[in-house]
Ligand binder design. Structure first.
Ligand code: DGY
Length: 322
């Protein structure tokens, strides 16, 4: 039997490409640039499976109205707000993702951003590299102490809880959280985390607010000017979730007016273009590195392969989301 045709839209770790190429007739995107909407649209009729990433936009309009050849989208990533899952379902296409394997590394990056923002690490590095450091002095670039402070988590799922563990056990931070869904008491107990009954309650109390909810329409600009105004003037906002959750113009305004102290951002609405107003702030800006370690990127790819293998063996893929 001819091998099934699989499109991988970006370059993946070699070990994963090799595994997929052994079982499937794979097409790799050799120049590693986002594919055009036209090319993605055609791919539904050319391949049995498409493996997209967060850099591919798959809105409702891209899904074919005629029966496609592709029957599964094996997304390389846990977040899938770039895929219209309703439209996928309507087209008879299964969607899978890669949960768990990236929780630790993404949580590590949330903590990195918290520390960089609190301790003004980016500003300090820029000063040194620009040759502007004039020496130690008691008032030089003083930041915020996070040990013992309040770590507020919005979205207490796998990544949010993993970040909370680092904050609580590593820095003695008190953890508070809000989640739209009930959280099992034993999971909250891991960090002695206290639930709050609203986003607003977390924003008012936390010294660091770390975002871990999904992106997409439901959470579009969830953190807007009104909610930013509820945060403490000494507080820091960390976003390793999705860019569209935060109104970037309102955030830039809050930072520049000093109504919050800092921000650490890894994700942006419309990335890789970073909303212009953010450049003129003290925000720490990273290029979507949450899961970017070799081990995690390999594990994510192997999980996509497991999902395709199960699907084409006629089984339920382990990480089906639609
Ligand atoms: C994820 O897994 O969602 C990362 O943000 C990359 O897509």
């Amino acid at each position: 039997m001819a091998k099934r045709k699989v499109l991988i839209t970006r370059r993946w770790p070699e070990s994963v490409e090799a595994r997929l190429s052994a079982s499937y007739d794979t097409t790799l995107n050799e120049d590693d640039r986002p594919m055009s909407a036209d090319a993605l649209g055609r791919a539904f009729f050319e391949y049995d499976a498409i493996c997209p990433t967060v850099s591919d936009q798959l809105p409702a309009g891209i899904f074919p109205s005629e029966t496609p050849r592709a029957k599964i989208l094996g997304n390389y990533g846990v977040g899938f707000s770039h895929i219209d899952t309703e439209a996928a379902r309507a087209a008879g296409i299964v969607v899978t993702n890669t949960p768990d394997v990236l929780s630790e590394c993404t949580a590590d990056l949330a903590i990195t951003l918290m520390l960089m923002a609190a301790r003004r690490a980016s500003e300090g590095e820029r000063e040194v590299r620009a040759g502007k450091w004039t020496g130690w002095r008691p008032t030089h670039m003083v930041g915020t102490k996070v040990s013992g402070a309040v770590f507020g988590v919005l979205g207490f799922g796998r990544i949010g809880r993993t970040a909370a563990k680092r904050a609580h056990h590593g820095f003695g931070m008190k953890v508070i959280y809000y989640d739209a869904f009930p959280v099992k008491p034993e999971l909250a107990a891991e960090t002695q985390a206290e639930a709050r009954d609203s986003i607003e309650a977390v924003l008012r109390e936390a010294d660091v607010v770390s975002l871990h909810m999904p992106g997409g329409k439901e959470n579009y600009h969830l953190i807007d000017a009104a909610r930013l105004a509820m945060m403490k003037p000494t507080a820091i906002l960390v976003n390793t979730a999705r860019g569209e959750v935060v109104d970037a113009a309102a955030l830039a305004d809050a930072l520049n007016r000093g109504t919050i102290a800092g921000a650490g951002l890894d994700v942006y609405e419309g990335e890789p273009v970073i909303p212009e107003p953010l450049y003129a702030t003290n925000a720490v800006l990273l290029p979507h590195l949450g899961s970017a370690t070799q081990a995690t990127r390999e594990a994510m790819g192997m999980m996509v392969a497991d999902n395709l293998d199960a699907f084409f063996a006629g089984k339920e893929p382990p990480n089906r989301v639609a």
